[in-house]
Write a protein that binds this ligand. Structure first.
Ligand SMILES: Cc1cc2nc3c(=O)[nH]c(=O)nc-3n(C[C@H](O)[C@H](O)[C@H](O)COP(=O)(O)OP(=O)(O)OC[C@H]3O[C@@H](n4cnc5c(N)ncnc54)[C@H](O)[C@@H]3O)c2cc1C
Length: 397
């Protein structure tokens, strides 16, 4: 009889849940997920939580396979040599393999006053806090959203449409950097229709945040009773703290099979992973694919087989502008925007479909482990890796 294998998954987000469910393909694998909350958070609904149209929680019973054990706690240390995880509430859990899937949160802004006076939106607790602050703030008060990426756009649009707020969106560059210029023009139009003031360009960056104002690069001061920080995601420092090598942002460094460059028993997935120091775009979509691949790598090792390199392509990215309108930007396989995009109600329907799909994939994998599949690329990543290798080999001038 073969020995039972214990796999611990740290983090119960899109990547961690997908990985845990897929591991249940083998009866001789015991899977434990460690997560600080007893509920799954579909983070791509957090701007809706702030706007009051979604509670952004799902019962783990609905997304986790029955055989997966959930430990509600936080990992504070990974002892890679001793193969155990220390928990915040005390005690340790041993493992044969560990999947590192701690995700991301707010980036910890470095602008003076931002940590003190600006509200992040990137975690459940941050979004709940912001919602209650807005609840106590008159609807006529000036609200500033910092960050022109999807999270900033969606938050600004939601607050303008659902709460009738006077919102200024400060992009610190161009609006929706990923979007094709044609789709960007449409995005500007939608935000204008919702009454959101959009400030773009190099001067439209925040240099300081005060209790009721923000300062811009061109010296202007804008009144802002509530300032919301969406500029960039940061990752937990658990890997770094545990002495495992990370990229500059703190994501666990892995090879292309998603295995830690320091330890063959540790495999990473989702926003907190950096395969070959060329991380994929942080997204629920990639997190699900990476989670499935991380599980496959562990299952390969248990079976004594060689794990395969990760391969995935991004078919699209999408942004909602309140509840009735959206942009579904089609992408090339190398994750750059095409000219083609869907807008209006069609864009919104496709966006809603992909939000629902990110949870549905977890449910399907719980019921039918091993079933999740995704579009492959096959071409661009090997080219990127080769270019990275050439750069590293080039003599320094
Ligand atoms: C407002 C908003 C809108 C978004 N919209 C989209 C979108 O439209 N499309 C899209 O693809 N993506 C979107 N995203 C991004 C997407 O939500 C993330 O990329 C995705 O959640 C990453 O999944 P993950 O599993 O890697 O991490 P997460 O979903 O962040 O899950 C990580 C889990 O690990 C837990 N954890 C952290 N530290 C520890 C620890 N020490 N011990 C145990 N557990 C720990 C966390 O609490 C969390 O539960 C959006 C994000 C936000 C905030």
């Amino acid at each position: 009889m073969s020995k039972n294998t214990d796999v611990v998954v740290v983090g119960g987000g899109y990547a961690g849940v997908m990985a845990a469910n897929r591991l249940t393909q083998r009866d001789d694998v015991t899977v434990t997920v460690i997560n600080p909350r007893p509920v799954f958070v579909p983070r791509l609904r957090l701007h809706q939580l702030v706007g009051g149209t979604h509670d952004a929680v799902v019962d783990y019973e609905d997304v986790l396979a029955d055989r997966v054990r959930l430990v509600v706690d936080s990992a504070t240390w990974i002892d890679a040599a001793g193969r155990s995880v220390t928990l915040a509430e005390g005690g340790t859990i041993g493992y044969d393999y560990l999947i590192y899937a701690v995700g991301s949160g707010s980036s910890g802004p470095s602008v003076p006053g931002a940590a003190e006076f600006a509200y992040p939106v990137a975690t459940l607790e941050a979004a709940q806090r912001l919602r209650s602050v807005l609840w106590d703030t008159p609807v006529t008060a000036a609200v500033t959203v910092v960050g022109g990426g999807p999270t900033g756009i969606e938050t600004a649009a939601e607050l303008a449409e659902q709460q009738g707020r006077a919102v200024t969106l400060i992009c610190g560059g161009v609006l929706g950097p990923y979007l094709h210029p044609r789709a960007r023009r449409t995005a500007r139009k939608y935000l204008a229709e919702l009454g959101v003031s959009v400030l773009e360009g190099p001067d439209a960056s925040i240099t300081a945040v005060a209790r009721e104002a923000v300062e811009l690069g061109d010296g202007r001061t804008l009144a802002s009773q509530v300032t919301i920080w969406t500029a960039g995601f940061g990752v937990p420092d658990l890997a770094d703290r545990s002495g495992l090598r990370t990229d500059a942002a703190g994501r666990l460094l892995t090879d292309e099979t998603l295995t830690s460059v320091d330890n063959e028993r540790i495999v990473a997935a989702g926003d907190s992973s950096a395969p070959s120091d060329l991380p994929f775009r942080m997204s629920a979509y990639a997190a699900g694919c990476l989670g499935a691949h991380a599980a496959d790598t562990v299952l390969n090792r248990i079976a004594g087989e060689q794990p395969t390199p990760i391969d995935l392509s991004f078919p699209a990215m999408c942004i909602s502008f309140g509840r009735g309108t959206g942009i579904f930007q089609l992408g090339h396989k190398d994750d750059t925007a095409m000219r083609l995009y869907f807008s209006g109600r069609a864009g919104k329907k496709l966006k809603e479909y992909s939000c629902a799909a990110s949870v549905k994939h977890l449910v399907t994998e719980a019921r039918k482990p091993g079933s999740h599949s995704w579009p492959k690329d096959g071409k661009h990543r090997p080219q990127l890796l080769a270019a990275q290798h050439d750069d590293a080999a080039a003599p320094v001038a």
